[in-house]
Design a protein around this ligand. Sequence first.
Ligand code: VGL
Ligand code: ZN
Length: 205
Amino acid sequence: MKTLIIIDVQNDFIPGGTLAVPGGDEIISLINRLQHEFELVIATQDWHPRDHASFAVNHRDKNEFETIKWHGNEQVLWPTHCVQNGHGAEFHPGLETARIEAIFRKGTSPEIDSYSGFFDNAHLKSTGLSGYLKEKGASDLYFVGLAAEYCVYYSIKDALREGFSATLVEDATRALDTSKFEEAKADIIQKGGRILASDQLLPPR
Ligand code: VGL
Ligand code: ZN
C-alpha cells in the first residue's frame, strides 16, 4: 500500500519558529495536495520535554548548533524547539490533518534524541511505527516534511533498514543545510532508496 509519511511539519520548523527551516512554509500546500494520492497518510511530531538533552540551554557553557558527544553519539545542541504541548510543537495550521490516520511522536525521553520517526538516534527505543505499518500492509513509503537532512533522512534510512521501500519526494522537503542534504540524498540512493519529484505523483494541473 502506498503510504505518505509527513515528517515534523510543526510550527517551530517553519519560518517564525525557533528552529526554522528556510522555505519550510513553501512545502505545506504541496503536501496537502499529495495527501490525496495516498491510501494511508501518517505524520510524525518532534515532541520534547523541556529538559531534553538536545537543547543547548540544558548544557552549561554550550552554544546552539555546537556538537557534543552524548552517550557515545554525536549530538547537535539545538535551540529549544517542539516542547510538548507548546505552540511550537503543533502542526502548522496550514497542514491539512483530516486524512492523517495516526501520529507518531518522538524525542519524548529527556536523555535521548530521535530524528527518525521509527527509532531514537541510538536505536534503543522504537516508536512502534514500523510494526504499525507492517500490520497495515504498508510497504511502499513516501517521505515529505522537515528537516530534509535530519528527520526526513533518518526516517528514510530506518525505513530501508526495516525492509520498506522508501522514496523521498524531493520538492516536498527543505533542508537546514543544503550541502548536508546533498550528502544525504547520495546516501539514500546508495542504500537503495528512491528520489522523485511531486509531479510524478500528482495528476496534471
Ligand atoms: C529535527 C533537529 C532537531 C527535524 C528535529 O525534525 O529534522 N531537527 N529535532
Ligand atoms: Zn528535536
